[in-house]
Design a protein around this ligand. Structure first.
Ligand SMILES: [Fe+2]
Length: 232
């Protein structure tokens, strides 16, 4: 069973479509969404609809809750694009899920607001806390939020980051994590964990933002999409 895990699409539908084509080529069986479909980019309704249509398991990210729950008055642009039904869907996403794959019990979450922002360089103690919420002990964690993909092994187990589809930092391509293993299997079995790197038309994505004068923090988004350098 081949599962793609994705996060941080951030309203970049150009990147999302490039990723979709590549996932089809890899013949993945399912797609799991780990938060932040919306915010930052200019095509939030299209991107949100794509997630609702293609992802069988979904958890919410800080941007999904912030926009869906109308937490910040400056997000009116995003509310207008999304409308009440999509915002309700975003607001009521579960914050975390779990899944067994090939004998590893994975906790799936976005990052914030469930944990602090965790990057590859974050201290082991912070990772350990993420493996052990409320008396549970997981043997793997899969999350997004840092906008940079990674695979890290700790004494607690595997720590895997999906990277970002639409707002990658470092290398500005669309990223996803693909796990090929025995889904639902609590007995140890082999599995592969692969980071997918998909080039897309960054200039086309930037141009859509350029043309949309109402997009909040438009220049930051354009710089990040073109260069991968954090600009906010
Ligand atoms: Fe994000």
């Amino acid at each position: 069973m081949k599962i793609a895990l994705i996060g941080d699409l951030h309203g970049n539908y150009v990147a999302t479509q490039a990723l979709e084509a590549e996932l089809r080529r890899h013949q993945v069986d399912d797609i799991y969404f780990l938060g932040d479909a919306v915010g930052k980019g200019p095509q939030n309704a299209e991107t949100c609809d794509w997630v609702m249509k293609h992802c069988s398991l979904c958890v919410g990210g800080n941007w999904d809750y912030g926009i869906g729950g109308k937490e910040f008055p400056e997000d009116g642009y995003f509310w207008n694009q999304l409308g009440p039904e999509r915002m309700e869907w975003l607001r009521t996403l579960p914050p975390e899920r779990d899944v067994w794959i090939s004998g590893v019990h994975f906790r799936l979450f976005h990052g914030r607001p469930v944990t602090p922002l965790i990057s590859a360089q974050t201290d082991k103690e912070v990772f350990t806390q993420a493996f052990r919420p409320n008396g549970e002990v997981y043997t793997g964690i899969i999350f997004a939020d840092s906008h940079r993909p990674f695979v890290r092994t700790l004494n607690d187990g595997y720590a895997l980051n999906t990277g970002s589809v639409g707002n990658s930092l470092g290398v500005p391509r669309a990223h996803a994590l693909i796990i090929d293993g025995e889904l639902g299997c609590q007995t140890d079995a082999p599995m592969t964990m692969t980071i997918l790197s998909v080039p897309y038309d960054n200039e086309a994505a930037a141009e859509l933002a350029r043309q949309d004068v109402n997009l909040p923090h438009r220049e930051s988004f354009i710089t990040e999409v073109l260069t991968g350098v954090y600009a906010r």
